[in-house]
Ligand binder design. Structure first.
Ligand SMILES: [Zn+2]
Ligand SMILES: [Zn+2]
Length: 173
């Protein structure tokens, strides 16, 4: 998946959780639920066949870094700005951020492993196997490109569609 797709799914998870859970519940546990559902949404989205851009965390080119920054921070900036316009600094805004944070957490964790910030352990290895092999079994990664993963094709339009749905949802007052 590209980061855009995960951030968009996370946004919808955040909004959904915000409207679904009773307002009377304390905020922090509700945000935690949005975060956890965001994490689950990551694996669910990874299980849908999808492509990636050419991106190797161990041999970063300048171009890959620019694409990655636009993909990761670009979508988060657009979506959180729209959330801010819709909700202001209120609960709904934090729900969107919690959903996005959860939806990005698994890939951020893998990035930290590759960069050496997270030391390899049994849990790390098991998680990677689950994340990269189990959820990706319909999109065999680390095969098609020298850097791994399958390159984008037109079938990946669904990732763009989810972003459009998230934008439209946030644009409604
Ligand atoms: Zn993937
Ligand atoms: Zn992933």
């Amino acid at each position: 998946m590209i980061a855009f797709g995960h951030s968009s799914v996370g946004t919808l998870v955040g909004i959904g959780t915000y409207y679904w859970l009773p307002d009377a519940w304390p905020l922090i546990p509700r945000l935690l639920i949005a975060f956890i559902l965001g994490i689950i949404s990551h694996y669910a989205a990874d299980a849908v066949p999808h492509g990636h851009y050419n991106f190797d965390p161990k041999h970063l080119t300048r171009q890959a870094v620019s694409v990655f920054i636009i993909d990761f921070f670009g979508a988060i900036m657009i979506l959180s700005l729209l959330a801010l316009l819709k909700f202001g600094i209120s609960d709904g805004f934090w729900f969107v951020l919690a959903g996005i944070a959860g939806a990005q957490a698994p890939d951020i964790a893998e990035g930290f492993v590759d960069l050496g910030y997270i030391k390899s352990s049994n849990v790390v290895i098991k998680h990677r196997r689950f994340h990269f092999e189990k959820t990706h079994r319909k999109t065999p990664e680390h095969v098609a490109l020298p850097s791994g993963a399958r390159m984008w094709t037109w079938t990946d339009i669904w990732q763009v569609l989810v972003f459009a749905i998230a934008v439209v949802t946030l644009a409604q007052s």
